[in-house]
Design a protein around this ligand. Sequence first.
Ligand code: SF4
Length: 708
Amino acid sequence: MDYKNILTTCVYCGTGCGLNLQVLDGRIVGVLPAAEHPLSQGRLCVKGWNAASFVYSPDRLTVPLIRRDGRLVEATWDEALTLVAQKLLRIRDESGPHALGVLTSAKCTNEENYLLQKLARAVLKTNNVDHCARLCHAPTVAGLAAAFGSGAMTNSIPEFESDTACFLIIGSNTSEAHPLIASRILKARERGARLIVIDPRETQMARLADLYLAQRPGSDVAVLNGLMQVIMEEELWDKEYVAGRTEGFDAMKAVVSGYTPERVEQLSGVPADMLRQAARMYATHKPAAIIYTMGITQHTTGTDNVKSCANLAMLTGNVGVPGGGVNPLRGQNNVQGACDVGALPNVYTGYQAVTLPAVREKFEHAWGVTGLDPHVGLTVTEMIAAAGEGKIRALYIMAENPLVSDPDLNHARQCLNDVEFLVVQDIFLTETAQLADVVLPGASFVEKDGTFTGTDRRIQRVRQAIPPLGQSKPDWQIICELARKMGALDGASGGASGGASGGVSGGVSGFDFASPAEVMDEIAAVTPIYGGVHYDRLDRLGFLQWPCPTAEHSGTPYLHKERFSRGMGLFHPVEYIAPAEMADDEYPFVLTTGRSMFHWHTGSMTRRSTRLDQEVPTAYVEMHPQDAARIGLDGNRWVRIRSRRGEIQVAVRLTRRIRPGVVFMPFHFAETAANVLTHAALDPIAKIPEFKVCAVQVEAVSTEECHE
Ligand code: SF4
């Protein structure tokens, strides 16, 4: 049979594995690992093997929908796009650009994210642009940029296997969330690399570790300061590195000195002796790599946690060397790329600040517009709240599902119910799309060209294997057509074909792209760190890691060699601050949330994959047997969990891998959404909600009462 193999990049986690889509007679019939791929090396995890299994789901959106008389009914593309263009321009003209909000997507390509933030900024004239990086790694961008001058993973995945002598994993369930990175770490263990895991749950990696430190949720700064206190006390720090490459040491030392192991034990529950052993192991095995994910970022102290990781790495001279560094593992396929290409409210592409006049001038010139918004826009959570307050009148949401991913979901639902005009562009009628006034059917990753940027700044191709299903279109085409409806090509006032009123003043141009390759050429032209990224090079070389400033540059495997991006690395004095909501007499348990190996994000794709969904078809809560006895579970399998914001009923899994007093839920399940319970207290810098800690009551529910 005449199969075609189309090489592309996995749509799930940020590892960026390569896979071949097998195509027969215009249909995808299988997925195979890419044998020579530098990351996946001929392997895939269970999600990767099933990466295309949602594509032919009967739930796929294949025609545009418009809400009429309260119901979503089929419409033509012209009707749908004209309505969207008219409404957005009218609201902009009546209430100003700040009455509009745009959510881009870490699921979509770099080119699509670039185009949507360009439409928001150049056409709608608002910086209210954000995406779900806000809910996972905004503290990484803020914290690492403050410490090092670049908010990205410092090193490369292959270095873990070849170079790293000690891994310190904190707040990362690596084997479930990033299985192929976990397997690299385990291979390094075979050659003697050490492994320290710090996590409130005894994950699989914790069980395989040399040292496992189980801290109370939210006590990460105390533990990290404690490690540094021991390292300084025992003279294990790298004095030459600190003197030659860093600044701010004395202020950091003054704070950290107070975190003796005994005090840290009181704050975190980690035994003082274990802390000392971990400090010695990390400091004496070089290069040492810190690896983390949302376990430390989804806190009101998320940015502080990241800065503390940066402090620890600099103190021991582990930044700017192969196999070392501070390595945030990105959970979504293109969350790194969406940030890189400007899908954030404070920066254009390549982290160029919207508040700098010279930068605005550059983009006004490049885009042929005037009057770009000089103010930082609203974040995801701020936009949703502003919609509830009537300050945002219209939201345009591309491939995001805030009605599962946002905290305090009852409040988020109320806000989205209240917004005057909601547009959702997606491949499925998600929980959020069900509330929309207009639904635009996008194409999945197998139906379009583009690029994703993986967690280690690796830009790789996404390749079209089949045509878009039904009338659906690649998101980049939808955005360009919408921009043209708004008059963004002819630049004339009132120039929207199809009847959109208002049009764009100032002669906007630049939505007339024939392919994503042309979009990438424009990204390269305005983005110094992507300056040498073009499709012909990606196709020839396989990948490029930014910074890649010129067409002659071969990319950068690890950052901060010899000098930091900001010059000197900056230590930050960081004090421990307790979580915003602690367990108390009324709500005596701490709820923490996370991922399952078989699901991804809000489950919109994995739960439509039969093979993945059958592995874990429903939500559950993990609870220690001591706690089960404490609440009188008494053989029942269900509990009611209640927080100050809502309640759910959910099945219990008893396990000793979680601390007594703490319960854990995966966040992928819309019908039993953990985020009904979480709250929206924000990190003051990164504005990420504290998903990882909230106080709850847990009570047993008899089998007769439960909704199984
Ligand atoms: Fe896809 Fe991540 Fe699995 Fe690789 S590890 S196959 S990128 S989900």
